[in-house]
Design a protein around this ligand. Structure first.
Ligand SMILES: [Zn+2]
Length: 251
């Protein structure tokens, strides 16, 4: 009998002799349980930011805790900087919905969701930003979330969501180490073969609706909601972001 099979059989027999040999709560009935100590909780790898689009935090809290609404987030930050936690970080909150980023198709399973108490048409208060930066620091350190993986709901659900609004200070966040940004635009000529849709895809966007992906890019990286054809300046910015994204993470 091969030694590995022998080991499994003896472990199985030992298990059968011990009363109440525990099964994992979720798994296959026919599996022989051989617990390994080498594991920990699954960890989030993204942070998704939202606007509540409510006029106050109390209203948003009612929505985010109403079973009938089936929406939630891990955190809500009030305009005055009050921090509310609604879901344990190790649990899957329901904030992103149908979503996509760089091949990931279920951002809820892989992210921390943070709601900002904001109507979507007003600046973000300093008190709120200070607390947000504090929360981002905590989760980034706790889960070693890559710098590029701090995103907006509108980034992962283009055409369906537009939050946070163009007023959100992504540049400030990027300077603090949260989120992809073009820190130094190289003066490189744009190659004739440059394909802006391909670039948006390389950045991470779902490009199945090209206009929506472009709008999401403009909102996040140019703080505008303009429409129209892609300009040369935008192509240069896309190229810069693709280059930034390919850089190995700083250790
Ligand atoms: Zn949202």
């Amino acid at each position: 009998m091969p030694s590995r099979l022998l080991l499994l059989v003896s472990l199985g027999l030992a298990c059968a002799l011990v009363a109440g040999c525990a099964r994992f709560p979720v798994g296959f009935e026919r599996a022989i349980v051989v617990p390994s100590p080498n594991h920990n909780a699954r960890r989030p790898n993204f942070v998704i930011l939202h606007d509540t689009t409510s006029s106050n935090a109390e209203h948003a809290l009612r929505t985010l805790t109403n079973p009938a609404r089936e929406v939630s987030s891990h955190y809500l930050i009030g305009r005055d900087g009050t921090l509310y936690q609604l879901v344990d970080e190790e649990r899957r909150a329901w904030h992103a919905g149908k979503s996509y980023w760089g091949g990931n198709t279920d951002l809820n399973s892989a992210s921390i969701g943070i709601e900002l108490d904001n109507t979507g048409a007003e600046p973000y208060s300093e008190a709120q930003m200070t607390v947000l930066l504090d929360v981002l620091k905590g989760v980034k350190e706790r889960y070693r979330i890559p710098t590029n993986n701090f995103l907006g709901h509108g980034d992962v659900a283009p055409g369906r969501k537009v939050d946070p609004s163009r007023l959100f200070p992504w540049e400030r966040l990027a300077k603090e180490g949260y989120g992809l940004w073009c820190h130094q635009q190289a003066v490189l000529p744009i190659p004739d073969s440059f394909d802006s849709l391909m670039a948006l895809q390389d950045i991470g966007y779902d490009t199945s609706n090209p206009a929506a992906a472009l709008a999401a890019f403009r909102r996040h990286f140019l703080a505008n909601d303009s429409e129209g054809d892609v300009s040369d300046a935008e192509r240069r910015l896309m190229q810069c972001l693709v280059i930034e994204k390919r850089k190995p993470p700083a250790s």
